[in-house]
Design a protein around this ligand. Structure first.
Ligand SMILES: *Cc1c(COP(=O)(O)O)cnc(C)c1O
Length: 433
């Protein structure tokens, strides 16, 4: 008999190790096997028919679900406190998947203006052309800004709990109230905070998305994304507003997801229709790698945050540094929200400005020896970018400044190396300007 520890022991760090991965019932394997299979043998013809009609849940084809991917989904749902999770090929795929579930052509989205640059690209440039979804971006510092932007066609609000990279912390509870009053769901991208620092569902968010590519996997080996459903939004009250869930689906014999699955309607749709028909499935090897990363999530986040705070405090006093945007600094305007939502921890990704502008920024980045100059964040290794000459080079100086990343800004993702080495590398690079 195998024992499923995650059912009896609910501590966060216990779930990070055990949720979704009891010992394999067939072999006793303690580690989660990687199921390299595209298809699953049906027990008999009736079993196959039931799976295809959604009368029975199980494995049919790996585009919909795979046991290793399912283990990752169960673990992340447990860590976020959701009713279920859907893993995807990347963080962007997770956003596309859940946005598609909730919209029809020419619908409207209200989003925080402080989002990861790639998400701004999706919302501003690609979605309007491909699907006619129009997004209004609002300054997230005031929850009323979201309220003012909502129209009859608005299907959800989207924001980042801890925004990449500007150190902005959004008052999730206040925006969740605006969303609830307008009877639309709040979707929170929790990539930078991770559930180790913040569980947005506890503050009234309805859905959480992640790029697991970052801190969730932590090692920088595997792309991945996930949608976590809190199961708290009443889709059935508005069947015409959310027709994917409220109207009969011709590809499942006319099943209406709200009627058949209650508060699991969205979660089931994301696999049964979303992944089946859109195909942004996560690969089992990536799910396995991300499961390994999650085992040490709290340990890593504690170290990331402690190192990042030490770096921020050091830079704040540095004569070559003009400003530091780190939410856990006592001087940050977000210190109060950082305390409330992240227990005073500021994450690992933040920006600072060097004296000397664009040229000085490029000089610092090219002088680093320990830090890697990359576009990524959330690796165990320390990473650095100069947004003005790379990720944000297409913007005017004015646009850069309005995003809190002017020509002098440098973005860092502080790793878990020895803090003395991290500070020494920054100091030697800053001494070059
Ligand atoms: C990286 C990132 C994404 C996109 O995730 P990918 O896995 O790269 O597709 C979305 N949101 C945030 C906050 C990110 O940092």
């Amino acid at each position: 008999m195998t024992h499923n520890a995650a059912k009896d022991f609910q501590g966060f760090d216990t779930l990070a190790l055990h949720a979704g991965t009891p010992p394999d019932p067939a072999t006793g394997s303690r580690s989660m096997p990687v199921h390299f299979t595209t298809a699953y043998v049906f027990r008999d013809a009736a079993h196959g028919a039931n799976l295809f009609a959604l009368k029975e849940m199980g494995y049919s084809y790996s585009r919909l679900t795979n046991p290793t991917v399912n283990a990752l989904e169960e673990r992340i749902a447990a860590l976020e406190g959701g009713i279920g999770a859907t893993a995807t090929a990347s963080g962007h795929a997770a956003q596309l998947l859940v946005f598609a579930a909730l919209t029809a052509p020419h619908d409207h989205i209200v989003a925080s203006s402080r989002l990861y640059g790639g998400s701004v690209n999706q919302l501003r440039n690609v979605f309007p052309r491909c699907f006619g979804w129009q997004t209004t971006f609002v300054d997230p510092d005031d929850a009323q800004n979201f309220k003012r932007a909502i129209t009859d066609k608005t299907k959800f609000i989207f924001l980042e709990s801890m925004a990449n990279p500007s150190g902005v912390v959004v008052d999730i509870e206040a925006v969740a109230k605006v969303a609830a009053d307008a009877k639309i769901p709040l979707i929170v991208d929790n990539t930078l905070a991770t559930p180790a620092l913040c569980r947005p569902l506890q503050y009234g968010a309805n859905i959480v998305t992640h790029s697991t590519t970052k801190f969730m996997s932590g090692h920088g080996h595997a792309l991945g994304g996930v949608v976590v459903d809190g199961g708290t939004f009443n889709w059935a009250a508005q069947p015409d507003k959310y027709p994917n869930l409220g109207q009969a689906n011709p590809s499942y014999n006319g099943t209406t997801f709200n009627d058949a699955f209650g508060n699991m309607a969205l979660h089931v749709w994301l696999h049964a229709v979303g992944l089946r028909d859109l195909g942004m499935t996560q690969q089992p090897m990536n799910a396995f790698l991300t499961l390994q990363g999650l085992e040490t999530l709290t340990l890593r986040m504690d170290r990331h945050c402690a190192n990042a705070l030490a770096v921020a405090l050091h830079l704040e006093k540095h004569p070559k540094v003009a400003w530091v945007n780190y939410p856990a600094l006592p001087s940050s305007r977000y210190a109060g929200l950082c305390q409330k939502y992240f227990g005073g921890k500021g994450g690992a990704v933040f920006t600072f400005g060097v004296k000397g502008g664009h040229e000085a920024g490029m000089k610092v980045v090219s002088s680093m020896k320990l830090f890697s100059h990359v576009a990524n964040i959330g690796d165990t290794r320390s990473l650095i970018t100069h947004p003005s000459s790379t990720t944000h080079s297409q913007l005017t100086d004015e646009q850069k400044i309005s995003l809190g990343i002017g020509p002098e800004a440098i973005r860092v993702s502080i790793g878990i190396e020895n803090i003395g080495d991290i500070l020494a590398d920054l100091d030697q690079a800053l001494s070059k300007i």
